[in-house]
Design a protein around this ligand. Structure first.
Ligand SMILES: *[C@@H]1O[C@H](CO)[C@@H](O)[C@H](O)[C@H]1NC(C)=O
Ligand SMILES: *[C@@H]1O[C@H](CO)[C@@H](O)[C@H](O)[C@H]1NC(C)=O
Ligand SMILES: *[C@@H]1O[C@H](CO)[C@@H](O)[C@H](O)[C@H]1NC(C)=O
Ligand SMILES: *[C@@H]1O[C@H](CO)[C@@H](O)[C@H](O)[C@H]1NC(C)=O
Ligand SMILES: *[C@@H]1O[C@H](CO)[C@@H](O)[C@H](O)[C@H]1NC(C)=O
Ligand SMILES: *[C@@H]1O[C@H](CO)[C@@H](O)[C@H](O)[C@H]1NC(C)=O
Ligand SMILES: *[C@@H]1O[C@H](CO)[C@@H](O)[C@H](O)[C@H]1NC(C)=O
Ligand SMILES: *[C@@H]1O[C@H](CO)[C@@H](O)[C@H](O)[C@H]1NC(C)=O
Ligand SMILES: *[C@@H]1O[C@H](CO)[C@@H](O)[C@H](O)[C@H]1NC(C)=O
Length: 531
């Protein structure tokens, strides 16, 4: 048994008694060990996936009113502050939302994209989309970033040569020195049924998919050999299915030979906790809920176990994920509660050997970490989920061998993790996800907190651990969020970090006898303790 959980009443005598803080409960955990930690995370763990149609907007090459400096700052800051030794990647789905006879690539198009929104389908992205050669200039504005470029598989009409083959020379030149992987096809499990328009007949089979994928990647390889010979052997992430269960799930496609050309580096699958418009979805029940997180990740773990048993496994990542599909729900996906969900979901996934996570982004999307331009729907700037990304990056920083173990806690509104660097415990993260909606809470009452006691292995008593907190007025806050006192608010310094003076920083907690440490975590907040 990895962890012994004792509730307060039976706590060992070495646990220091608390002061007179407003704690509502006290949770005690010991036996933290690397034995059951996940496999080492890939650096960077938190990465981003950007809706194809919105990439030029995110890259600042589309609308001159975009504040490019802000965008580049958002990207470089995250990189420099939290994973200085690495780059991070951006994955792209294919332009998946156009009719099958529409050319996705138009070599004569003077703009990066030509998109037409069809409001009856979605107002969040263009249903009809073509891209021109200047689309690829967007790869040049992000410093020190590596990319995954998605080629089109869905399109099966007569313009296939335009769609796929003509973009290869343009894409590979733009990505010289910046390519992480290729991708071919986005959510092929939806091709027969997509509400944006089916692109395959109902009798299309798993074997058909695998054959198409293998033959098109062979075509790409031939074309690359001519245009960018040194990228000929670049690998893919695949199969990028929307759900790891159901049709075209990774177990089926790998059994049918998707790996047979040895050109896949990472098994990439997508995940959402639920739908933005699904009835019954709430912040507490759906997102700020560790049990719901475990249930959501379990779909992937079943697949990983089956693939391992059949020697078909590859490092497993989320190629696209976020809180609620259909771009998130206002008031939920853009709230501080969703940032806490992001911390729990990502750290739990890391503890279960999911090696990387691309959080999906798009212009005006409710769950976006940052909004690239001022629109009549959304103000430009860093959004609440960004702060969750920053806390995850702070927890997982380090060299090659960073592993995460869960520290089981009794409630489904709390979670804790240990990060091990080279086998030694380096950090603990605690997330108290009890909903604290500041709009409905008594302003004169103190915000409730839970006290947590952890017993650290091999850590000397008398040492002090530094504490960094992820904090906001409440789970429903969409602004005023801080990580370790830092704000990235656009209104303060256009997204550059500002240390706020009204937030406590520089806190430490002592290590007591036998390695016990104690920390109070207010409802709807998170903390990291660094050894
Ligand atoms: C952009 O796409 C629309 C179809 O949605 C088309 O009518 C229009 O001609 C296209 N514009 C250009 C410049 O290609
Ligand atoms: C393309 O997709 C359509 C489904 O809308 C299907 O009828 C057609 O047979 C497909 N063509 C090929 C070559 O797969
Ligand atoms: C699949 O359906 C299409 C028509 O949509 C037909 O042309 C094709 O022959 C069918 N393929 C098989 C293998 O039955
Ligand atoms: C958390 O999710 C589980 C599983 O869906 C559910 O049974 C439980 O009631 C939820 N907890 C809260 C606090 O909503
Ligand atoms: C660029 O942004 C401005 C200001 O937000 C907006 O009015 C305009 O429609 C945008 N142009 C395009 C091409 O998106
Ligand atoms: C918001 O901006 C979009 C795109 O620029 C435009 O099509 C739409 O009419 C605007 N809506 C309002 C209410 O101004
Ligand atoms: C927080 O409380 C306000 C006021 O009752 C309510 O409108 C809002 O929906 C609540 N927020 C969440 C995320 O539940
Ligand atoms: C947070 O609460 C403080 C104290 O009540 C208040 O002054 C501040 O305006 C609030 N901030 C936000 C963003 O709601
Ligand atoms: C702290 O100061 C910032 C910036 O002035 C403000 O937005 C935020 O609401 C303040 N927070 C509290 C808890 O007062």
């Amino acid at each position: 048994m990895l962890l012994l959980l004792i509730l307060c009443a039976t706590a060992a005598s070495a646990i220091p008694s608390g002061g007179d803080s407003p704690v509502s409960s006290h949770v005690v955990a010991e036996g933290i060990s690397a034995d059951h930690a996940g496999e080492p995370v890939l650096h960077p763990f938190v990465s981003f996936s950007i809706e194809f149609a919105w990439f030029p907007t995110y890259a600042g090459t589309w609308n001159l009113s975009t504040d490019c400096h802000f965008m580049i700052r958002a990207i470089t800051m995250a990189r420099q502050l939290f994973f200085p030794e690495s780059v991070f990647e951006s994955a792209f789905g294919e332009p998946r939302r156009y009719p099958r006879d529409w050319a996705s690539y138009d070599p004569d198009l003077k703009t990066a994209i030509n998109g037409t929104v069809i409001p009856s389908i979605s107002t969040d992205y263009p249903r009809i989309l073509s891209i021109g050669p200047s689309f690829f200039e967007s790869y040049s504005t992000w410093p020190d970033t590596k990319f995954i470029h998605g080629f089109n598989l869905a399109h099966n009409g007569s313009k296939i040569n335009n769609d796929l083959l003509e973009t290869i020379p343009v894409a590979c030149k733009a990505l010289d020195g910046k390519l992480a992987y290729w991708e071919l096809g986005n959510e092929p499990n939806n091709y027969k049924t997509a509400y944006q328009g089916a692109s395959r007949p109902s009798n299309w089979t798993t074997q058909d998919y695998v054959d198409e994928w293998l033959s098109r990647t062979s075509l790409i390889k031939k074309k690359l050999a001519k245009s960018c010979p040194h990228l000929t052997n670049a690998k893919y992430i695949a199969p990028s299915t929307g759900l790891p269960t159901g049709i075209l799930n990774p177990v089926d496609v790998f059994k049918h030979g998707l790996k047979s050309h040895h050109n896949i580096a990472l098994n990439s699958e997508h995940n959402y906790m639920g739908g933005a418009d699904e009835p019954g979805v709430t912040l507490q029940k759906t997102l700020m809920n560790h049990t719901a997180v475990i249930n959501s990740v379990e779909n992937h773990l079943k697949v990983i176990r089956t693939l391992k048993a059949q020697n078909l496994d590859l490092p497993y990542i989320y190629g696209e994920m976020n809180s609620l599909y259909n771009q998130g729900r206002p008031g939920l996906s853009n709230s501080f509660g969703a940032a806490l969900w992001g911390v729990d979901f990502n750290l739990y996934s890391a503890s279960q050997s999911i090696r990387r996570s691309h959080m999906h982004q798009g212009n005006n999307y409710r769950y976006a970490s940052w909004q690239p331009e001022e629109t009549n729907k959304t103000s430009i700037g860093t959004k609440a989920p960004y702060y969750g990304n920053v806390m995850v990056a702070a927890m997982l920083k380090g060299a090659d061998d960073v592993r995460v173990a869960t520290i089981p806690l009794p409630g489904d509104t709390e979670a804790a993790y240990a990060a091990f660097v080279d086998g030694q415990v380096a950090r603990l993260a605690v997330i108290n996800m009890k909903e604290y909606n500041y709009s409905t809470s008594d302003p004169d009452a103190r915000r409730p907190a839970t006290k947590y006691s952890f017993r650290l292995p091999n850590v000397d008593a008398q040492r002090k651990l530094s504490v960094q907190r992820l904090m906001a007025n409440g789970s429903n806050s969409i602004t005023g969020i801080t990580w370790d006192g830092w704000s990235y608010n656009y209104n303060l310094k256009k997204g550059a970090p500002v240390r706020l003076h009204n937030v406590t920083v520089g806190e430490t907690v002592p290590v007591h006898r036998q390695g016990w440490v104690e920390i109070e975590v207010p409802d709807s907040s998170g903390a990291i303790l660094s050894v």
